[in-house]
Design a protein around this ligand. Structure first.
Ligand code: CAA
Length: 285
């Protein structure tokens, strides 16, 4: 028995697919809600590909992969999430889109369903207020790549119940993660500390202090970080980085959060990082 027998994930992007992989790997039944049949098939393929890579590396038996995949399904109908015990939304970092989805989930899902958001910066209380079950709404924030990164931030609003928070913690532990509780402030712990650093790296590049390769090498070698700031920005997605900085700036008004002009221009140019195959670096696939 797992804390939440069946899990719904809304969104078929990097985070949706990574969280789905993590959850099926730890024995949960998962259904992913995608916007189109094409994106539904594509998220299925990306989970399959990631699991196959683990088999190739000898970390997983292929029979185990088949068993994991038998716990995963995809849909384009929100009604297919109605019986889930927990639903995590992982859609674009836009409050109007997330509000609409959380409201639709509140209408469709059974009364006991816990509704969670993987948002990095949007106030959870604003999403909770869109439902008739604010005590069952919290943040469950995974990090990219979700199957690898150990941390899950569990976000407590002013009105969420202790039971919901405890259940979210137990779910994260079942997924093999290390949950840390944090209150409902933009950026929570990690992004509030990480994004000024990433933003300042871009500003340093704009000032021609060093090349992007030089800055990345310096932060890996000098601080022991697994990736330098530009490689990490490309992994996170420059559109996501811009949305996070804008939310932090709006919440705290600190100029340190004001997005570097180059970041804004790159997003306007649709240079979004790995997902568009071009960001600070170029990617073959
Ligand atoms: N899915 C599944 N497994 C993956 C993976 C993915 N997308 N990416 C990497 N892995 C696995 C690899 O298979 C490998 O597993 P084994 O060691 O068991 O073989 C392991 O992770 C290490 O990967 P690699 O050997 O390919 O490369 P690496 O050692 O350079 O690690 C990395 C890659 C894990 C991404 C590492 O560079 C890293 O930890 N980077 C920092 C990532 C980070 O800071 N993430 C947080 C971003 S902020 C965020 O997510 C918050 C937000 O709200 C935006």
């Amino acid at each position: 028995m797992t804390e939440f027998e069946s899990l719904g994930i809304v969104g078929s992007g990097i985070m949706g697919s990574g969280i789905a992989e993590t959850a099926i790997d730890s024995g949960h039944e998962v259904v992913i809600l995608a916007r189109t049949p094409q994106s539904a098939q594509s998220v299925l393929r990306s989970v399959q590909a990631s699991l196959s890579k683990r088999v190739e590396k000898g970390h997983k038996a292929s029979s185990q992969t088949e068993e994991d995949l038998s716990r995963l399904s995809v849909t384009t109908e929100i009604a297919d999430l109605s019986n889930c015990d927990l639903v995590i939304e992982t859609v674009v970092e836009d409050i109007s889109v997330k509000s609409r989805i959380i409201n639709d989930l509140d209408v469709v899902c059974k009364p006991s369903t816990v509704l969670a958001s993987n948002t990095s910066t949007i106030p959870l209380i604003e999403l909770a207020a869109k439902t008739k079950r604010p005590e069952k709404v919290c943040g469950i924030h995974f990090f990219n790549p979700a199957p690898v990164m150990k941390l899950v931030e569990i976000v407590r609003t002013l009105v969420v119940s202790d039971e919901t928070i405890q259940r979210a913690r137990r779910f994260a532990l079942e997924c093999g993660k290390e949950p840390v509780e944090v209150s409902d402030r933009a950026g929570f712990i990690v992004n509030a500390l990480l994004f000024p650093y990433l933003n300042n790296a871009i500003k340093m590049l704009e000032m021609n202090v060093a090349s992007k390769e030089g800055i990345d090498t310096a932060m890996r070698g000098g601080c022991g970080f697994p990736m330098g700031p530009f490689a990490l920005l490309d992994l996170v997605g420059l559109d996501t980085a811009l949305a996070i900085l804008n939310s932090l700036h709006e919440e705290f008004g600190d100029p340190n959060y004001s997005p570097a002009p180059l970041l804004k221009r790159m997003v306007a140019a649709k240079m979004l990082g790995r997902k568009s195959r071009a960001g600070f670096y170029s990617y073959e696939n």
